[in-house]
Design a protein around this ligand. Structure first.
Ligand code: ZN
Length: 114
C-alpha cells in the first residue's frame, strides 16, 4: 500500500500549481500512471477524497491515463505492448530474450482550475 504517500504527493503538486495560478478551486487532476507502477486507481481516489478535504482540491475528479510498457525482443526485435502479467516469450518468435521498458511512469500531467 504505497498509494497514501503517492496521493499526498499528487495533492501537494496540484495545490501548489493552483496557488501559483491564483485559482480558487481545482476541478480535475489528470494523472499518468504506468501499468507497472503498481498503483491502484481506486486506492488513490480513496485517499484523495480524504486528504483533499479542506483544500483547494476538495471534490476534484481524478483522471487516470495508463502508460503502457513495451517488451522488446532481443531475438527478432519485435516490440509488443504489455500489461501485467508480463510476457515470458516473444509472441513472434517465442524467444525469452525480452527487455521491458516504460510502464513505470507516475506523474501529474495537468490540472483544471477555476
Ligand atoms: Zn521475437
Amino acid at each position: 500500500m504505497h498509494e497514501l504517500p503517492v496521493t499526498q504527493g499528487i495533492l501537494q503538486v496540484a495545490v501548489e500549481t493552483a496557488r501559483q495560478h491564483n485559482a480558487d478551486h481545482i476541478t480535475d487532476i489528470h494523472l499518468v500512471i504506468g501499468v507497472l507502477a503498481g498503483l491502484v486507481d481506486d486506492s488513490i481516489q480513496f485517499y484523495f477524497d480524504i486528504l483533499s478535504q479542506d483544500t483547494l482540491a476538495a471534490g476534484a475528479t481524478l483522471h487516470f491515463r495508463r502508460e503502457p510498457a513495451i517488451a522488446v525482443c532481443g531475438q527478432c526485435g519485435r516490440q509488443t505492448e504489455v500489461t501485467p502479467p508480463l510476457l515470458t516469450a516473444c509472441p513472434a518468435c517465442a524467444s525469452p530474450r525480452l527487455t521491458v521498458t516504460g510502464g513505470r511512469a507516475f506523474y501529474v500531467d495537468s490540472i483544471d482550475i477555476d
